[in-house]
Design a protein around this ligand. Structure first.
Ligand code: AQP
Length: 338
């Protein structure tokens, strides 16, 4: 059998499980934007079905989905260049996920660290959906035959599972139908850490608002959170090796580098030797200058969400032109009578 060539196609998604954070922006959205101008078809998704794997108030979910779409558009994702969707309007995601539930093995799923982190000590009370989350994520990607997935570092394990599912499906049915998708984990801030604890990733669902910068925070709030960010008493080093055992310092320098499109080495050439009292105001000023145009555009878009709803509806129609034939072919391969 000849190996098919797949159209270079990017898929990625973010959960509308809260407001967008600087971690989502630097780890994912910035790369989503740049990939639009490379040789890829791009599809970006508000993964609302993923969000309900933990409880979401329905009104909040609706608002967060629209606000996330506003965040994508305000950050530079163009509905003319990319297909923008919310997952639940493209039913083939969930339909393929069922097939993948029957391909993925319990042993594979039990190794997923995100489930262990999110379910915590009380795993018996976690939803079945939270456990099955990675199979739905594999379906999100493979229902488009996506070849590349830009994500933050925390999603690496789920992308390996996506490749395992594709490979097992292809093997079991003796086809070359699903591509082995490549993760795209690039940049100075693939893992932005909490501002309160350098060992935890910045997360929209962290109970402490001071742990994260939200894309909708105003200039004063951003400056205050950076001023209060946990650091150590030493001055910044002049070379990256000097950050090795200083997670909080490393995090702030990584954030600066990613926001300013510089490498860590370039940043440290300029700020090495400075105390945090001098560096934090620079970082705050940079963050405000990059984020405030995005938050004002988000506010403008949210003032009339009907424009967002139209974009998502159109996106779903475009998406289904790709997903419906792939689902049909999958059912045929599996042996469903059509
Ligand atoms: N701290 C982070 N640093 C770099 N990238 C990050 N991402 C998330 N947090 C960071 C990337 O953002 C994309 C969307 O993530 P998600 O919302 O689907 O789920 P998540 O990774 O679980 O994000 P959160 O903010 O932690 O959400 P909650 O709190 O609801 O679980 C992914 O590409 C992710 O890598």
């Amino acid at each position: 059998m000849t190996t098919p060539t797949f159209t270079p196609r990017v898929f990625s998604g973010i959960q509308p499980s809260g407001g967008l954070t600087l971690g989502n922006y630097l780890g994912a959205i910035k790369r989503f934007v740049s990939m639009q101008d490379e040789a890829f078809e791009t599809i970006y998704c508000m993964v609302d079905l993923h969000a309900i794997t933990v409880w979401q108030d329905p009104a909040d979910l609706r608002r967060n989905t629209r606000e996330l779409a506003a965040g994508f558009i305000a950050s530079g994702i163009s509905p003319e260049k990319s297909i923008l969707i919310n997952q639940s309007q493209v039913p083939e995601h969930a339909q393929l996920a069922w097939i993948f539930n029957c391909v993925a093995r319990m042993g594979w799923m039990k190794r997923m660290t995100q489930f262990k982190d999110k379910a915590g000590k009380n795993a018996e009370a976690a939803s079945l959906g939270l456990f099955g989350y990675p199979a739905l994520m594999a379906a999100d990607i493979l229902i488009y035959h996506a070849t590349h997935v830009p994500v933050g570092e925390d999603q690496k394990q789920h992308l390996e599972l996506t490749r395992d599912i594709a490979a097992k499906f292809n093997h079991d049915y003796d086809v070359d139908f699903f591509p082995l998708t490549e993760p795209v984990i690039e940049g100075a801030a693939t893992r932005v850490m909490s501002l309160r604890d350098g060992s935890k990733k910045m997360s929209k669902s962290d109970p402490s608002d001071a742990s994260r910068i939200n894309m909708t925070d105003d200039a004063d709030t951003i400056a205050k959170k950076i001023r209060k960010a946990k650091t150590d008493p030493d001055a910044l080093p002049s070379e990256a090796e000097g950050l090795a055992d200083r997670p909080e310092a490393r995090n702030l320098v990584n954030i600066y580098a990613a926001l300013n499109d510089q490498s860590v080495a370039e940043v440290l050439r300029d700020v090495g030797g400075q105390q945090f009292g001098a560096f934090k105001p620079l970082l705050a000023e940079l963050a405000v200058s990059k984020l405030s145009p995005i938050s004002s555009e988000m506010a403008r878009l949210m003032a009339d969400p009907s424009e967002i709803d139209q974009i998502l509806k159109r996106g779903a129609r475009q998406a289904r032109d790709i997903t419906a034939p792939i689902l049909e072919k999958t059912y045929e391969i599996v042996g469903m009578v059509r």
